[in-house]
Design a protein around this ligand. Sequence first.
Ligand code: ATR
Length: 289
Amino acid sequence: MRNTFSNETQILGLLGHPIKHSYSPFIFNITAQLLNLDLTYLPFDVPPAELKYAVKGMVTLGFKGWNVTIPHKETIKRRLNSLSEEAALVGSVNTVVNDMGNLVGYNTDVNGVYESLLPYKDEIGGLDVTVIGAGGAARAVLYTLIKHFRPGTINLINRTEQRADTLKDYFYNKMRYPDIKTQILFPPRVQEVISNSKLIVNTTSVGMYPDSGSQLFPEAKAFNRGQVVFDLVYNPVETNFLKMAKGEGAVTINGLRMLVAQAAKSFELWTGQEMPVPAIHDAILNYIK
Ligand code: ATR
């Protein structure tokens, strides 16, 4: 990894709490090395009460930009000068660009979802889909589906139904999308809804390391050949959810694609350069192993 810096090294970073398990420093630093760029990307563990000081400091120190992760993705908005359309509608920011003190917030998770689903765009249009979860990640998925994929009914399944209802109302009010149906995460109704969906997306953290044995629902029969099943979880790369879907003949998409695609968009916003996506994808696969 590059370990020499100059007087002009461009500094990028990550604000989160905690941040120990983030792959972003690896992704951006290896990208800089592959492209031979004079930049570095540093992780900073910043608790909520310190966020405003961290942002001021980064501007003073001339950071070109930074990523924002849990728990700052929403609270960062009030520290910024403006938001992209995606960030405003999704309601959260994962990337900040510092343009000489003018701070603009973006949501590149939307690009990550878009790139992951793009190969299936023609298959998804007009057909019913299911999104599981009603948190921040679900918002990015719903925005992307509504804006770019125009499916039929979006079934929004969540453990807490009221949170799903809140999201349904939000997207109706903001994007005038009338066709979201909410369901509680409870078989057998869930199985029926999933069986009838062309695309199923898991946006919850269920199945993620170290609880990789946990499962959203125990029955494989919800899945079938001809479906596309996307899990945003990237560690493990193949979750039990994806294994189950694959076992029934569905096409699966893992969260690593989205992870690299959202990073690629952030990188482009900061540097104007394209990330070598396939090389980074392979590098991170090795790193995880
Ligand atoms: P994120 O921003 O990553 O989406 P979040 O806003 O905390 O995180 O949302 C987490 C989502 O995963 C929620 O939909 C949550 O369900 P609740 O709304 O009922 O809390 C869902 N989730 C988390 N753990 C879960 C579990 N063990 N079983 C089912 N759903 C779970």
